[in-house]
Design a binder for this molecule. Sequence first.
Ligand code: SF4
Length: 318
Amino acid sequence: MRPFSYTRAETVQDAVIALAADPGAQLLAGGTNLVDLMKYDVAHPTAIVDINRLPLKEIEDLPGGGLRIGALASNSAGASPQLRNAATTGGNLLQRTRCYYFYDPSTPCNKREPGSGCSAIGGTNRIHAILGASDKCIATHPSDMCVALAALGATVEVEGPDGRRDLAMTDFHRLPGDQPERDNTLAPGEMVTAIRLEGNHFARHHTYLKLRERLSYAFALVSVAAAIDIADGEIVDMRVALGGVAHKPWRDTLAEAEFAGQPADEDTFRGVAGRLLAAAKGQGSNDFKIPLAEKAIVRALRQAASGTPQDQVVKAVQ
Ligand code: SF4
């Protein structure tokens, strides 16, 4: 591990000033990803700014049934119990890809070292992207929570040197393009302070389906957050976000809108899957993800349409 300075921020403003003052500075909250990255010699912060004392742990009700979740609220629905108690909501957004090559400094990786190449293209790419990849990077974002937040149209509150701004969750993460080293659209010196969710009409028809190599403590190969507002058997509003398939939670609002007014049935759900995956492209070892995602979308929408909560006993994807 390389030397770095360590300071504790007492206010959000302190943290923003410290971040903006040193391009090599990184914030430390739960540290569940950052500390690993430092141990693997992947991340080399010159300064660590500990934000654990900031008053960002609250979860507040908002008028109209919404919620405001502080960036330091623990991520109690994820991973294993040890991680749940340390990992934070803001940190979940900022976690890095689990691409094996990214964590192995002996291999070329454009995300870790821009311009060095991508070992996953033409290499082992079972967990990699089928949508929105570039010829520089085919990594996926590993979060589950962000997929659900994207489906629900969450807003990310950000504080930076120029003050506060809101970012739509769907605009927070980015596709790799020519700059795979950039995971998100935060400007230098900006930090996440909260996530805001508005009230919605999806309480009766929603689900999150996650397909992974084992049934516990594993990242998604493919996941689907599905929510439908149904009236008289027809779709009034529908949200479908995919995880494990792209560099960001994958959502296509134009495609969703095309299905408004359609019957909430199997044919429509197959149509949704076909539309969302029309541009999907396998990389070799991950070709299986395309039919898997197709089945997962149909199953998630079927589950959501049949009512919430669903029977979680049947694990097979049919
Ligand atoms: Fe690096 Fe992205 Fe290629 Fe993985 S997919 S090796 S993170 S450039």
